[in-house]
Design a protein around this ligand. Sequence first.
Ligand code: ZN
Ligand code: FE
Length: 251
Amino acid sequence: IIDGLRVMNLVALPAFSDNYIWMLHDDRQAIVVDPGDAAPVLAALDAQGLALSAILVTHHHPDHVGGLAGLRHRLEGPVYGPAREAIPTPFTPLTDGDTASALGLNFQVIDVPGHTAGHIAYFLPPSREGQAPVLFCGDTLFSGGCGRLFEGTPAQMHQSLGRLAALPGATRVCCAHEYTESNLRFAQAVEPGNGALADYTATCRQLRANGQPTLPSSIATELAINPFMRCDAPDVISAARTRGAADGSGA
Ligand code: ZN
Ligand code: FE
């Protein structure tokens, strides 16, 4: 990402068994997203001599907020979080249409209920022509899948995924978990004839074999391969019917 004369680096810090804590930094200052654990963030800050300028939180689950207490002493700016969820205080509460500002970047907040009732996502539009936007979507959209419905309804999740589907295709999708390979096994069972899905599965398998993240994905990729973003595809509809979905409810 290039913002004016600054180069912004986008890094996935592995945490726990399959979480990613996303970090954006300009070699001096950093923003982190959903720090479930302080240790990998502190290690990354120290290794590169970075200041911590802001924290973005998408939802209240412990694997996304557990590191807040251990990062406060290093934090030089705000914690942003979902207004409708109880996350460790103090934080700046945000809802749909609000802006989270840090490092001179303005993140647009999108309400995406479903996984949790107050889950939000952060969308960073490109700062100039030809740049890819960035999306931090927490546990709402995963590559090849979506988050489990702990607090929301299928209709809410469907609407939330629809809002993310409307973002530019080039948007880099930064999900909070490496669930891609198991999601793609399900996706292939749903759409065995999807050639883009077969190709993407092979690419992801290779990345994981090399110890690399499969993320970020992109909105265009998810529209091509993710059954939860493809509810109009004939194979997705027939797979849902096989499992007992009613016709035409959209819910
Ligand atoms: Zn979660
Ligand atoms: Fe999570």
